[in-house]
Design a protein around this ligand. Structure first.
Ligand SMILES: [Zn+2]
Length: 408
C-alpha cells in the first residue's frame, strides 16, 4: 500500500483540496464573467454558472471584500419589478500596459473590465531601444503609482511588442521596425519595476482584446487582422480559443502568400501579404509623412472624395491593396471557416473605401457554407485594443486565482 508521506488520512487532504480548488474555480469563473461583461446581476451569474444563489452570494461577497468587484444600482431602472443590482469590476486591481512603437512608447493603467485609466503616449525622436523603453516606463509608472489610492494595486505588466516574442519568457526575438533582435525586454522591465511582466505580439494581444471586449466577443470563430508600421499581424480564434500553435507563433497572418511572383518579404519569402500590402505605400500615395500615420484613414477618404488625378492614383493603390488583402482573406476563410473577420489599423481604410469589394471577394469559391456566413467588421481606431489586450496578459493570474490577490 502506498504510504502517505504527510501522515494524514488519504481522504482528508484530498477532500479539503477538492473543496479549495472548487471554490477557487468558482471564484475565478465569477470574476471572469464580471470582467468580461462589465456588469452582471446575481441572477445572470446564477444562470451563467449553474451555481445556486447562496453559493453566488458567498462568491460575490468575497470578490467585493477583495475590492475586485462592486455592487451598484443599474443606471436605468426597469419598468416592472425591482431593478437588479449589478456586479461591476472593482477598482482594486490594475495592470500596467506597455506598447513600444517606432515613434512613441504607450503606457497606461488598465482596470478590470478593460477600462483604460490614464493613457500616456510618450513620443520619442526615433525608435526607442529596450533600455530607453525601460527608462520611459519606469518614469511614467512611478508618477502613476505615486498618485494611486492605497486600495488600488498594480498586479503586473503586459507588454505588446510590434514583433516576434517568445511566449515562454517574453524575450523579443525580433522587432525589425524597432531594430531589436534577441532583447530580454520582459526581464529588464521586471528588474526595473519589481512586478511580474508578460509580453506578446501586439496584434495577438489586440486579437485577445477583440475576443474579450470587442467585435469578437461571444464569437467562437473569428480572424483578426491588424496592419501597422511594422507589417501585418493578427490572431485566430477557433472554437472560442486563441490559436497558439506548437511553439506559440501561430497567426503570422502577414506572411500569407498572396502573389507567387511578388515582392521580397523580410521573412525571406516572396509575395507575402505584408510585403505587398504595406502602410508605407498608402502614406506615400496620400502624401503623409510616417509621423502623421494616425491621420491616414481620414486623409485617404478625404482625398478620394475630392476627386481628380491624385484621387485616382490613390484609389489605384487602395484597390490594389484591397484585392491582395482579399486573396489572403479568402485563404483564411477556407482554412478556418470563421463567422467574422475583424480588420484593424490601416487595413480598415481598404474596407472603408470600397466596403463591398472585400465582402464579395471572400464569397468567391470554396464551400458555400463557409463563405456565406462570414462578415467583415472594423476594429476601433487607435491603440486601445493593443493596451487592453496587453493588460489581459497581466490580469490572467488574477482571473485564474482571485483569492491569491488577498495574500499577494
Ligand atoms: Zn513573409
Amino acid at each position: 500500500m502506498a504510504s502517505n508521506s504527510r501522515g494524514t488520512r488519504p481522504d482528508g487532504p484530498a477532500l479539503g483540496s477538492n473543496r479549495d480548488s472548487t471554490r477557487q474555480h468558482n471564484l475565478s469563473t465569477v470574476l471572469r464573467l464580471v470582467h468580461l461583461h462589465g456588469g452582471i446581476s446575481r441572477a445572470q451569474l446564477t444562470r451563467a454558472t449553474g451555481l445556486n444563489r447562496s453559493t453566488i452570494a458567498a462568491l460575490v461577497t468575497e470578490l467585493v471584500a477583495l475590492g475586485l468587484a462592486v455592487e451598484k444600482e443599474p443606471e436605468h431602472t426597469q419598468q416592472h419589478g425591482r431593478p437588479s443590482i449589478m456586479l461591476r469590476p472593482g477598482p482594486g486591481a490594475l495592470a500596467l500596459a506597455v506598447n513600444p512603437d517606432v515613434d512613441a512608447v504607450g503606457v497606461a493603467l488598465v482596470s478590470l473590465g478593460g477600462r483604460i485609466v490614464n493613457p500616456v503616449r510618450f513620443h520619442t525622436v526615433r525608435a526607442p531601444s529596450t533600455a530607453e523603453v525601460v527608462n520611459i516606463v519606469s518614469a511614467v509608472y512611478s508618477g502613476m503609482a505615486a498618485s494611486l489610492p492605497a486600495e488600488q494595486r498594480v498586479l503586473g505588466v503586459g507588454v505588446a511588442v510590434p514583433g516576434l516574442v517568445d511566449p515562454a519568457d517574453g524575450r523579443v526575438i525580433e522587432a525589425p521596425q524597432l531594430d531589436w533582435r534577441e532583447q530580454p525586454l520582459a526581464e529588464q522591465l521586471r528588474e526595473a519595476l519589481g512586478l511580474p511582466v508578460f509580453a506578446a505580439n501586439d496584434a495577438v494581444v489586440a486579437a485577445r482584446a477583440q475576443a474579450a471586449f470587442g467585435a469578437g466577443r461571444d464569437v467562437e470563430d473569428f480572424v483578426y487582422l491588424f496592419g501597422g508600421a511594422s507589417g501585418i499581424g493578427g490572431g485566430l480564434v477557433s472554437g472560442g480559443r486563441l490559436l497558439h500553435g506548437s511553439t506559440g507563433f501561430a497567426g503570422q497572418l502577414g506572411h500569407t502568400l498572396v502573389r507567387t511572383d511578388g515582392a521580397a518579404c523580410s521573412c525571406g519569402a516572396n509575395g507575402c501579404l505584408e510585403a505587398e500590402v504595406a502602410r508605407e505605400q498608402l502614406l506615400d500615395a496620400a502624401g503623409l509623412p510616417a509621423d502623421q500615420a494616425e491621420d491616414l484613414e481620414e486623409r485617404v477618404l478625404e482625398l478620394i472624395d475630392a476627386g481628380g488625378d491624385a484621387a485616382q492614383r490613390l484609389r489605384a493603390v487602395v484597390d490594389h491593396q484591397a484585392s491582395l488583402l482579399a486573396v489572403a482573406l479568402r485563404t483564411l476563410v477556407h482554412h478556418l471557416n470563421p463567422s467574422l473577420i475583424i480588420l484593424g489599423g490601416f487595413l480598415r481604410v481598404l474596407a472603408r473605401v470600397n466596403p463591398s469589394a472585400l465582402e464579395d471577394a471572400v464569397r468567391v469559391g470554396g464551400a458555400r457554407g463557409a463563405r456565406e456566413e462570414v462578415r467583415i467588421e472594423l476594429a476601433p481606431l487607435g491603440a486601445d485594443p493593443v493596451l487592453t489586450g496587453a493588460a489581459e496578459l497581466a490580469f490572467e493570474p488574477l482571473l485564474s486565482d482571485p483569492a491569491g490577490f488577498a495574500h499577494a
